[in-house]
Design a protein around this ligand. Structure first.
Ligand code: BES
Ligand code: MN
Ligand code: ZN
Length: 508
């Protein structure tokens, strides 16, 4: 089963050889306005650059991109000039610059790409930390080359760049080189996790049912030597996971509860971070059927599961001293003779009963059992990630992820991590009035509350099952799968929140 493309891009650093002796089809050049006027460019490009200057085609202004075909050792290559304007760039601006340059290199069908670093590199960056710069550029470049896998009879031969070679003329001191390598490695780890999430999320519903998601998780576990457990439909019934069972009941593809454990400390004592991801491989809405228009986007309803697997992949590459449990309740939400129905009353793993009012509010039901199971397995704080509500798309569009929490310091730290990754997270207020809206006359909870504050009530439904443990809920319904590319996000699956979750855990 070859579902994943992952990234094959290798990032290298070279300073001991002249740039023109490196084989490449594209060379990316960061140029500020000042450097465009006074800077020195390699001898081989002198003529081309002089002519661009003469004709005033490029000024080095912010976000400006200009490509020039040049000859280098008898081969035609493309010089990609990327303007950086007048001010040093933030890490996010560096990342976005690399994204734009990468897209341009992909247009040129470049296999090997050189990133020509200015000798005055640090004047281009607000952060004076070499590793931060290398991280941002590597991550941005790899993420910028991403394209969704296609399934055409005649596949395109070009599959994106294989190699990114950072080159700098002026030889760094050894310590700088080491920092650069550290940054590249981090950037690659963060990009790889994100790409794993994108690849999984982009898979069509017929190619990824709960069993396939479990297999993808198993492969990740094997790759990194992780402890792994999958509960099948029989185990799920036996354990009393009524939320997950009910949502999966209508499908011929039975549900799975998937568990992976990352041990970064010598023992399992102390803090264990639980990452719980919504793994609905397709959401028809069930008996409360969704409208036909746009239903195809519901292949992305396992986006939360993909994100926690992606973040886990990044963590396994970075190896922080943390213990993490990933829990993925996975099901296909289908209408059928066996499906659960409005009016049903179900019993979750925690013992709490739920009155079903809308079978399309299925995410919170599987996540309820996911949180309880994570707690049973020893989690002491929890982040759940889910494409949970249309309401969060109304509130924040495809721009920001909505967050709900029961623990302000936890939330604040997470938001700080998101500022470093450039991913946008917006906290929603968890007032007790919203919790009251979850009461049912006949059961402990109702699964649907109507339109008012729907993203908050949905989040708080899940939070009930944290039972006082510090908890953050991330609603990625707007950010996981988008209709237009923007910034680091390609069209389709984005992998949003992989980097922030990894960043939060690494910096704990
Ligand atoms: N998977 C959907 C939420 C969703 C909507 C994700 C749009 C991505 C884009 C979720 O299961 C759902 O159907 N939510 C309902 C809940 C309602 C019935 C209470 C919604 O938001 O409409
Ligand atoms: Mn739904
Ligand atoms: Zn759903």
């Amino acid at each position: 089963m070859d579902m994943m493309m992952n990234t094959k891009i290798e990032a290298l650093w070279k300073s001991d050889i002249p740039i023109e002796s490196i084989e490449a089809q594209a060379v990316i050049c960061l140029v500020s306005e000042a450097e465009w006027i006074t800077g020195h460019f390699p001898e081989v490009w002198k003529e081309a650059i002089a002519s661009v200057k003469e004709r005033g085609l490029f000024q080095g202004s912010e976000n400006q991109l200009f490509t020039i075909p040049v000859m280098q050792s008898d081969a035609a290559i493309t010089l990609i000039l990327v303007g950086t304007g007048q001010h040093p760039l933030t890490p996010e601006e560096l990342r976005l610059t690399a994204v734009r340059a990468a897209k341009s290199a992909v247009k040129m069908s470049a296999d090997q790409v050189i990133f020509a670093l200015p000798s005055s590199l640090l004047t281009y960056s607000q952060s004076q930390d070499i590793a931060v710069v290398a991280h941002a550029l590597t991550e941005g470049f790899i993420l910028g080359t991403y394209r969704r896998k296609t399934y055409k009879r005649k596949q395109q031969a070009y599959t994106g760049p294989d190699r990114l070679i950072f080159h700098q003329d002026k030889v760094y001191q050894d310590e700088h080189e080491q920092q650069w390598r550290t940054g590249m490695e981090r950037g690659r780890a963060f990009a790889e996790g994100t790409i794993l999430a994108r690849d999984l999320t982009n898979l069509p519903g017929n190619m990824l049912v709960p069993r396939d998601l479990a297999n993808a998780a198993l492969r990740l576990a094997e790759q990194h030597g992780l402890e792994f457990e999958v509960l099948d439909e029989h185990d799920i019934v036996k354990k009393g996971m009524g939320g997950l069972w009910s949502v999966g009941a209508g499908s011929v593809n039975p549900p799975r509860m998937i568990v992976l454990k990352y041990q970064g400390k010598t023992s399992w004592e102390g803090e264990i971070i639980g990452l719980v991801g919504k793994g609905i491989t397709f959401d028809t809405g069930g008996i409360s059927l969704k409208p036909r228009v746009g239903m195809e986007d519901m292949i992305s309803d396992m986006g939360g599961a993909a994100v926690v697997l992606g973040a886990l992949h990044t963590l396994c590459l970075m190896r922080p001293e943390q213990n993490v449990i990933v829990v993925i309740p996975s099901a296909e939400n289908m209408p059928s003779g066996g499906a659960f129905k409005p009016g049903d009353i179900i019993t979750t793993l925690s013992g709490r009963t739920v009155e079903i009012l809308n079978t399309d509010a299925e995410g919170r039901l599987v996540l309820a059992d996911g949180l309880t199971y994570a707690k049973e397995l020893g989690a002491t704080r929890i982040i759940d990630v889910a494409t949970l509500t249309g309401a969060v798309v109304s509130a924040l569009g495809d721009v920001a992820t909505g967050a709900v929490s029961n623990d302000d310091p936890f939330m604040n730290e997470f938001i700080l991590a998101s500022k470093r990754t450039g991913e946008k997270v917006w906290p929603l207020p968890a007032y007790p009035e919203f919790e009251e809206m979850l009461r049912s006359e006949v059961a402990d909870l109702r699964n649907s509350t109507g339109r008012y504050g729907a993203s908050i009530t949905a989040g708080l439904f899940i939070g009930t099952f944290a039972e006082g443990m510090p908890w953050i809920h991330l609603d990625i319904a707007g950010t996981a799968y988008v209709s237009k590319e923007r910034g680091v996000h390609p069209k389709g699956a984005t992998g949003a929140m992989v980097r922030t979750i990894a960043e939060y855990i690494i910096n704990q």
